[in-house]
Design a protein. Structure first.
Length: 83
């Protein structure tokens, strides 16, 4: 993780963001104490546990071949009693 003092992070915010995307978390310090971390949005969502929206899920799903065979059992369903 790279470290930035608050003043430097403010002056070079675009670079802090670029490095968060390319290198990973960027730690911001004030008077030598760690006060914040700038992370990539993907990492934030992973840590937060957000589920992608349904359209993103569908577009990111594996490419299934059209010739896949999903065998189906020929057994009839079992009888169920409703008492």
């Amino acid at each position: 993780m790279s470290g930035w003092q608050v003043q430097e992070a403010k002056q070079r915010f675009s670079e802090v963001l670029r490095r968060a995307e390319s290198e990973g978390p960027q730690v911001v310090t004030r008077h030598g104490q760690e006060v914040a971390v700038v992370i990539d949005i993907g990492e934030y969502r992973r840590l937060k546990g957000e589920a992608p929206d349904f359209s993103a899920f569908l577009t990111d799903s594996p490419d299934w071949d059209d010739d896949l065979d999903f065998p189906r059992g020929q057994d009839l369903p079992r009888d169920v009693r409703f008492d």
